[in-house]
Write a protein that binds this ligand. Structure first.
Ligand code: ADP
Ligand code: MG
Length: 331
């Protein structure tokens, strides 16, 4: 049995390393900048052209999802929905509607810790340009009044926002969706296995499976403090180190608490294992907002999902990982 490092995730202070146990036939790997982050895709296939095609297919899916759901691109269906007159139905297509429906479900399942209507807050805190400043109380209250999932409606490949000034941000879920679609596309072109890493979101399938994922201490990024098994499926990590604004010497992370309007606490990371990357991605964001106790409780309540939350007081894992997750073994 050969053990090799097949992927290394670097999320600023967060690093996850993956080791695969088996390799066969041809494999191909590429790293590209997509969806505002770095993506690494490795595919195993019967021959080189197929492995190359599988990798290309995955990157094409990433670009496609970005073109649909980016809020940085004013022409994406999501941006057109955000810019539409209040309460106007906008045809956004099947895929955007699928992700919006999933985002609504996660919002309910997490008691509002995840919420795709968070964009007014994201802008207020300076994550979309301008000089970041601490928001005033009235500004925070005004933005918070626009964070309301009940005012997002989705039907028949269309969506509408029922309050003036509302806007959606799928940054906490779209990369997971893109990974799921990329894996499906890779399988269609004959991939036998793959390891995909999209900015902190990981998917392992087929020959890339039976892997281990190392999670770093958010306070000591050079140290892997925990190893969790990943037999097949998705893992996502959310933390506040990857993207933040600095105001008065203080760092404010990009994951915001939709219930208070303030950034989730720094110094933590939340890692979620799930059969699908969409859920891992969104639930990791939610778990970071909820913090150790509530975050673990929320994850425990969702079948098929496990998680690890690392904070200043140590490591907490869901019950399905007790005795399975072990300290990192030096390589
Ligand atoms: P990353 O983008 O680094 O993978 P996340 O998956 O945690 O990290 O998503 C964070 C992004 O999601 C933010 O940059 C913002 O666009 C958006 N966001 C911030 N807070 C929330 C929240 N509470 N619920 C849903 N989306 C959020
Ligand atoms: Mg996320």
């Amino acid at each position: 049995m050969r053990r090799q490092i097949v992927g290394l995730l670097v999320i600023s202070a967060l690093v996850m390393a993956v080791t695969a146990t088996e390799v066969s036939a041809a494999d191909h790997q590429e790293v590209r900048q997509v969806m505002g982050t770095l993506a690494t895709v490795q595919a195993w296939a019967p021959d080189d052209p197929m492995a190359q095609a599988a990798v290309d297919t995955a990157f094409a899916v990433f670009d496609h999802v970005d073109s649909l759901m980016s809020t940085w691109n004013g022409n994406s269906p999501l941006s057109r929905l955000n810019a539409a007159p209040v309460a106007t139905w906008i045809p956004v297509g099947h895929e955007v509607c699928h992700v919006l429906q999933a985002a609504i479900k996660v919002t309910h399942d997490t008691g509002g810790a995840f919420n795709p209507t968070v964009l007014p807050l994201v802008k207020l805190w300076g994550f979309r340009g301008g000089t970041p400043t601490l928001p005033s109380g009235p500004a925070l209250a005004a933005a918070l009044s626009l964070v309301d999932i009940s005012q997002l409606q989705v039907a028949d490949d269309q969506a509408r926002l029922r309050r003036s000034g509302m806007a959606l941000d799928l940054g906490g879920i779209a990369k997971g969706y893109a990974l799921d679609r990329a894996v499906a596309a890779m399988l269609r072109v004959g991939a036998q296995g793959g390891v995909l890493d999209l900015g902190g979101n990981l998917f392992v399938f087929g020959q890339g499976a039976e892997s281990e994922v190392g999670i770093v201490d958010p306070a000591r990024p050079e140290t892997l403090i925990l190893t969790v098994p990943l037999s097949s499926g998705a893992v996502a990590t959310s933390g506040q180190y990857e993207r933040f604004v600095t105001v008065g010497g203080q760092a404010y992370g990009h994951v915001l608490d939709p219930r208070t309007g303030w950034p989730a606490a720094s110094g933590f990371s939340a890692t979620v294992l799930a059969p699908q990357a969409l859920w891992a991605d969104a639930l990791a964001t939610a778990a970071l907002v909820l913090g150790v106790e509530s975050g673990l409780k929320m994850l425990e309540g969702i079948p098929g999902v496990e998680g690890v939350i690392v904070g200043p007081d140590g490591i907490e894992v869901t019950s399905g990982l007790v005795g399975v997750a072990g300290p990192h073994r030096a390589q």
